[in-house]
Design a protein around this ligand. Sequence first.
Ligand code: EPU
Length: 363
Amino acid sequence: MRDFSDYSLLNHNTFGMNVKAKRYVEYDSEEELKTLIPTLSGEVLHIGGGSNLLFKGDFEGTVLHSAIGGIEEQTLSSPSLQGENGILTNERGDSLSSVGETEKGAVLVRVGAGVVWDDFVAWTVERGLGGVENLSLIPGEVGASAVQNIGAYGVEAKDVIVMVEAVDLKSGEKRIFANSECRYAYRQSIFKQELKGRYAITYVTYRLQKTPVLKLEYGNLRAVLEQNLPNGENRPVLGQVRQAIIDIRNAKLPDPKVQGNAGSFFMNPVVSREKFLALQKEYPQMPHYEVEGGVKIPAGWMIEQCGWKGRSLGRAGVHSKQALVLVNLGGATSDEIVRLCQTICQDVKQKFGIDIHPEVNLI
Ligand code: EPU
């Protein structure tokens, strides 16, 4: 365990804000976390890789960070899957049947919350296990994948998460959440809503496929893959899908080590069918996706239509290749980023009558 006072968070937020935490603690195991809980006072913020945060100033409480590692294939006799009566049950006593019935062809893998997400993805691809290859190169850590329901190129974390192990930051008790209890939706989970700030995630168990079923229908993924495939080969393998995703992301998204950013700054809004049809009359080229409850419109497209792509306000800018991403052009204050965010929201509202909201957590 590492415990610091007045600790700089510069290396713990990809926006590159040089702010301090009054206390910063990094723990290596569930046991360490439990012993740490009674010492916590004031506000507590649990972070992962800091790739989805914008600090508005110094943090006057305690920042926690998990360094729980480990990537382990599970079998039905693995201790993590054994409850008092054999197969694990949740606190209501429901059998976690989705865990118990290991289907043919599936492998369960339990991963420590502090593992770097892309290290886990690389591990799965090296072993030929399918399910998360489309989520290659997403910044951040495994714990956050379960909070944020990270998603890209037609796959979301919720599609592969079986269960989430967590510790109550008030009582120190452990709780296990089956996938259905996490209330997953687009970039949403119970850990961002009713239970926000209440639990620290310690392990996430994913279900992967021994015979991967590739998902190649999103955007230009198939086209990029076909270009990459050596002559004569027409069936991509996992490693090639991973590489294509890495190429697409690198071409569009700024590297936080070079230019501070937190990936997509806004979520894509979902509007009613009526609203969409009215807008489509005016903008026939508007990209859109049918989703449950309405039609999703890419915020990046609307921001570009408002003329913001590649523009800046002070030292805060809109990325020139993907308008959904706000960047720190060098030494930007969080106020400058927030001002840019608000100005963009107003412009989108004025032009399209749609409210867009930050995906990034403003702390
Ligand atoms: N578009 C524009 N201009 C732009 C950006 C996008 O016209 O500047 C259009 C594109 O041409 C396309 C549509 O908007 O028709 C969607 O664009 P893209 O495929 O780039 O995806 P996105 O909706 O902008 C989402 C995720 C990304 C994820 C991609 C790919 C959110 C908030 N963002 O972006 O996730 O990589 O899809 O699946 O849902 C992240 O969360 O940090 C992130 C990068």
